[in-house]
Design a protein around this ligand. Structure first.
Ligand SMILES: [Zn+2]
Length: 357
């Protein structure tokens, strides 16, 4: 392992792993600070070693105080071995890496039309629909999809059919206002419906039929260790969803996520036209490069969503783009690269396949 460092400088991913290892042996406040810093290393936009090279303090980085800065500088000096990551930390990419990949493929950031997963104040997001639209317009998008949680997910302030209808009215008014002001941007009304482990949803299908797009995601029983293929097959067969959201339910250094016979699940999703979400959140990355490659080979289409709950999280789109680029997925397979009307048409065509044989 030592040889590795003679050839390369430690990346933020290496730093994250070292911080996580150090946290395992630490207690109390110090342990928590190390664990948070380990996770934050995935968020940083620049490589920590690049800051050192420019004589900038590491305390510029999110969650890094003077004590952890000293530790990191010691590591950069001593070139410690980087152990094989724990299973809950395998197969992630950092934001700094993703940004470098996207910078080398500028057409991807230019041509993506919108972000297809975010949460507003209707459920557990920080911003109103209008504030999110402003943030997305600033980022050069042509559209965004509002995907608040559904009623079954009470912990995240999930909304019922009445609130969904109220939100629909607000989005109609906002879109009319944008069009009046000749802003070329529209809000797609969507939802992240909570799926029970049997693949069923928690909303009246009629309420969902009026939406531009419906994601379906699991948020419970995510620590099951046995094979969950049946659960996923049921999810992609759910007639009311078009996108399977954050498919694994994993979280960096916290939860391994579910396992399934992925080629089998992806083949069924492709057969039924359901898209798989590339969730851009650094902590999630359910479809990492490895799984995204398998899904692409199975013939799936993809939806890229940041799963943002705060404005700054919208910039994690780089992770989704870099995942698609590294998995060799062409833009034609990703619905975010289509215009808004084509996204609606696509969702309508998937709905027509609603009763699988
Ligand atoms: Zn979710």
């Amino acid at each position: 392992m030592k040889a590795r460092f003679q050839a390369m400088v430690p990346t933020n991913l290496d730093v994250s792993e070292l911080l996580a290892r150090r946290a395992d042996g630490a207690e109390g406040h110090w342990g928590r600070a190390l664990r948070k810093a380990s996770r934050a290393a995935l968020y940083w936009e620049e490589e920590a070693t690049a800051l050192v090279a420019e004589d900038r303090p590491l305390t510029e980085l999110y969650r890094i105080g003077p004590k952890i800065e000293r530790l990191m500088l010691e590591w950069f000096e001593a070139e410690p071995e980087i152990p094989e990551p724990d299973a809950t930390r395998q197969g992630f990419m950092t934001n700094a890496h993703a940004r470098a990949v996207v910078a080398a493929h500028p057409d991807w950031r230019r041509d993506i039309n919108g972000d297809l997963q975010m949460h507003s104040v209707y459920s557990d997001g920080e911003l109103t629909v209008e504030e999110l639209s402003t943030a997305c317009i600033e980022r050069g998008y042509a559209y965004m999809a509002i995907t608040d949680h559904s009623q079954g997910l009470r912990i995240a302030g999930g909304i019922d059919e009445d609130e969904l209808a109220r939100q629909a009215d607000e989005i109609v008014r906002l879109n009319a206002d944008l069009s009046l002001r000749e802003v070329e941007f529209e809000v797609l009304h969507a939802m992240e419906m909570n799926l029970a482990p049997d693949g069923s949803g928690d909303m009246d299908p009629e309420a969902l039929a009026d939406l531009d797009l419906v994601l379906g995601s699991f948020h419970s029983q995510l620590r099951k260790k046995d094979d969950q293929t049946a659960r996923y097959i049921a999810a992609v067969r759910n007639p009311d969803i078009q996108v399977l959201g954050h498919p694994r339910g994993r979280q960096y250094n916290f939860r391994l996520g579910l396992t399934a016979d992925w080629p089998k699940v992806f083949t069924e999703a492709a057969r039924l036209g359901r898209a798989l979400e590339i969730d851009c959140h650094p902590n999630r990355q359910d479809l990492n490069v490895e799984l995204a490659t398998l899904a692409y080979e199975a013939g799936c289409v993809f939806s890229i969503g940041t799963d943002s709950h705060y404005a700054h999280e919208l910039d994690f789109i780089s992770i989704g783009l870099a995942t698609a680029i590294e998995a060799g997925i062409p833009q034609e397979r990703i619905i975010n690269f289509a215009p808004a009307d084509a996204v609606r048409d696509w969702a309508a065509s998937v709905r027509e396949m609603r009763r699988p044989a």
